[in-house]
Design a protein around this ligand. Structure first.
Ligand code: HEC
Length: 121
């Protein structure tokens, strides 16, 4: 009985570590592929770009696969073709894992400091 319990806890811990890795990889991919430039630093979207944070992972993956395969319902969606193309199936899994489990507190490090606002370069 103790062995069973130990194995159960051990596999839960492994699963948790795996998911944390996916979240972190997804976050990196999200910013490295400029997704945040349109969909927002917090994946919150805007009046023009859809929100991606805390949406169903299955739906997000399906949409990305379609975009990668050149399938869109509107001309506006075709903007996504360029951005979906370089993503591997694993990238899509990680990005959508990140988005569907989005936690706002994790993005504080990207906040712009007040001092930097209004500076002319
Ligand atoms: C140049 C701006 C731009 C960038 C960069 C961009 N997107 Fe998009 N994204 C769009 C537009 C426009 C749509 C289509 C909105 C619509 O259907 O009206 C869209 C749609 C989507 C959708 C479908 C959402 C829905 O509700 O239908 C997903 C998922 C998505 N983008 C993910 C991403 C990911 C992941 C990245 C980075 C790899 C990314 N986008 C980069 C502009 C962008």
């Amino acid at each position: 009985m103790r062995t069973v319990l130990f194995l159960l806890l051990f596999s839960l811990a492994l699963l948790h570590a795996q998911e944390n890795k996916s979240y972190q990889k997804g976050a990196n991919l999200y910013f490295a592929n400029s997704c945040g430039n349109c969909h927002g630093t917090n994946a919150e979207g805007s009046s023009y770009y859809p929100r991606l944070a805390n949406r169903k992972q299955k739906i997000l993956i399906k949409k990305l696969q379609n975009f990668k395969n050149g399938i869109a319902n509107t001309q506006k969606q075709e903007i996504m073709f360029t951005f979906a193309k370089p993503l591997s199936p694993q990238d899509m899994k990680d990005i959508t894992y990140y988005l569907s489990h989005f936690k706002k507190e994790n993005t504080d490090k990207y906040k712009v400091e007040d001092d930097l606002l209004g500076v002319d370069y």
